[in-house]
Design a protein around this ligand. Structure first.
Ligand SMILES: C[S@@+](CC[C@H](N)C(=O)[O-])C[C@H]1O[C@@H](n2cnc3c(N)ncnc32)[C@H](O)[C@@H]1O
Length: 245
């Protein structure tokens, strides 16, 4: 992964979004995310509004630029970088969060994966469920996918991710980033579930956003002794391993 290359893509997309946002009537970043999500069949219903010809043209070009960035920078947190750039350029009213820098996520995953592999937590044919209860832009999960793909590519198909965030923009960014990387780089994972909701609240109040599962429940590894948040969230949601909180 080249940091310069990803920085270049993040800056180009941010500048274009920033320029057009100032001409548009509302949150153009959100419109951009909604536009990308329609490619994955997500109907944004009440959150979507009609767009004019100029906006359509800009969104088409932004979509092309984003796809090229994903091709050039596999599993890098591009949207989180764009979000934070835009927040720094005066859009703090709509955006105001900070995410873990991607290279830190990657390093953390490299360390965690080493423990997982050397600790034999990947029994034959079993699926490992990994949860990210406050996923932000999805940087931790992208770091994990990037690390596994680089070091243990055959294990990708054994990973199942559950991602949650209370913020709808974060949920959208996470879904887009994971799905577009899997699609563009032709990778298969065991499963993905993305929810919008309060990770500290009951499962019944979670809103399912998007996901899929390519395995039977009997194949789950159910005893992963790594849990960085003490286990309360994992217990409520029946999650295997909490990556980050
Ligand atoms: C500091 S960001 C970290 C995001 C990501 N884990 C990372 O490392 O880049 C914290 C995230 O937690 C989300 N969050 C805060 N409280 C939450 C809660 N109770 N349930 C779900 N998400 C929450 C916020 O919306 C934000 O996206």
């Amino acid at each position: 992964m080249s940091i310069e290359k990803s920085r270049h893509h993040i800056d180009s997309l941010s500048s274009k979004l920033d320029r057009f946002w100032n001409l548009s009537s509302d949150n153009f970043f959100s419109l951009f995310l909604d536009d990308l999500l329609t490619g994955f069949g997500v109907n944004n219903g009440k959150h979507y509004r009609p767009i004019d010809d100029n906006e359509r043209k800009q969104l088409f070009e932004l979509g092309r630029m984003y796809a090229q960035a994903v091709i050039d920078c596999p599993y890098v947190d591009l949207l989180g970088g764009i979000y934070m750039n835009l927040s720094g350029r005066g859009h703090k009213k709509c955006l105001g969060q900070f995410f873990t820098p991607f290279h830190v996520c990657k390093l953390m995953s490299d360390i965690a994966n080493h423990d997982l592999i050397t600790g034999n937590f990947f029994p034959e044919k079993k699926v490992l469920r990994i949860s990210e209860p406050t996923c932000g832009s999805g940087a931790m999960v992208l770091g994990m996918l990037s690390s596994v793909k680089e070091k243990y590519p055959t294990l990708l198909s054994k990973l199942d991710f559950t991602m949650v965030d209370i913020d709808r923009t974060c949920v959208k960014m996470s879904a887009i980033q994971i799905l577009s990387n899997l699609l563009i780089h032709q990778d298969e994972i065991a499963g993905l579930k993305v929810y919008r909701g309060n990770a500290l609240g009951p499962m019944s109040e979670m809103e399912f956003f998007i996901g899929f599962q390519n395995y039977n429940d009997a194949d789950i590894v159910d005893d992963i002794p790594i849990n960085t948040n003490g286990g309360s969230i994992g217990a409520e949601l029946d999650w295997g391993w909490v990556v980050n909180l």
